[in-house]
Design a protein around this ligand. Sequence first.
Ligand SMILES: [Zn+2]
Length: 431
Amino acid sequence: MLFKNITIINENYDVIKDTNVLVQGNKIKYIGSEIPKAYNGEIYDGKNKVAMPGFFNTHCHVPMTLLRGYGEGLPLQRWLQEKIFPFEALLTDEDCYWGTLLGISEMIKSGVVSFTDMYSRLETLVQAIEETGIKANISNSYLKFDDNEDYFKDRSYKDTEFIRNYVKTSVHDRIRGDVSIHAEYTSTEKVVRQISEYCNEANMNMHIHLSETAKEQQACKERHGLTPAEYFFKCGTFKNKTTAAHCVFLEGDDFNILKENKVTVSHCPTSNLKLGSGIAPIKTMLEHDINVTIGTDGAASNNNLNMLEEVNLAALLHKGANNDPLFLGQKDILKISCLNGAASQGREECGCIKVGNRADIIIYDFDKPHMQPAFDVLANIFYSAQASDICLSMIDGNVVYKNGIFTNIDMEKVYYNVNRIKDEKLNLLKL
Ligand SMILES: [Zn+2]
């Protein structure tokens, strides 16, 4: 496809007007003011359109769209124990397939080209990801619900081995498998060491929750005499490329540990605010040169997977919290939400629009009242745009969404099934 006479944000985050972008296969082959003469393929008219790199949502539990809005108005522990866990216990593989399709459709609609996920039932997730064309790093997290003291006898290990082998034989690299430990408070030290060693030997990425609440931080210090970051470092967890979600209560040496071990932070501002956890110290993280990225978390605690909204909130929240209108400028927020996310997933050819990179391109329609005039294209994207202004999404060179229509998802079927699942589970819970 040739995007003709379009405005783009290039690899240096400069706005280039009236240029042409040629995509061939899964890559960007050419960017320039001349239209390639020999080209006779599909042409996309770029008038009043802006091409941006797609977002990387670095923390999600995608099938949890099925629980959106369930059990609102309860404090965290009661919400989990009385609502979320009993509902999740009833979910089947097929249910999670429909929930995953719903979540992926939401993400694609808001400009996500790849996500990092922590859940279970990876075979089901793989099916939905394969069908839709999105990219993802997926993992099954170890959770000590059954008091299992041996990772290698746990279902999360079996699922991790499944994804590890699947990736090896896959003809493309859109899907990657990560290893995951849910959190310090849902695992024992023995298992954390076991999983970290396995991750290291398998040369996979690690995905954890870290320092999400004050209670978690305090309890960890009481149990181990260490903060969660110090504890995981001691257990060897950070030897591999790690994404740590939340990090609201980092303190003292935690920042240095994350920096020195190249741990990526997935900042999930909506979830942290909605669950009353707090505001993550993003400014201190960036001062320590930590790789900060943005995540939506699951739809049960957000309550959507709208990445543009998440990025907009992050951009505003930290200006206010730091009394600094210059903090997290448009170029910073672009880097955090695209390039840093791609790096956290180990996708070196992704995260910005440049020749040779994967064609992960999102088109914004500027032909809207709230998008005019365009003094500052990036300011309009991050402070004025709505997800509904995204009119096309291309992932690895394939158009997966155009003008409200998903190429590979039948939304009517998805809506029917997620509501059927809701009614079925509510009936079962009433029995
Ligand atoms: Zn989470």
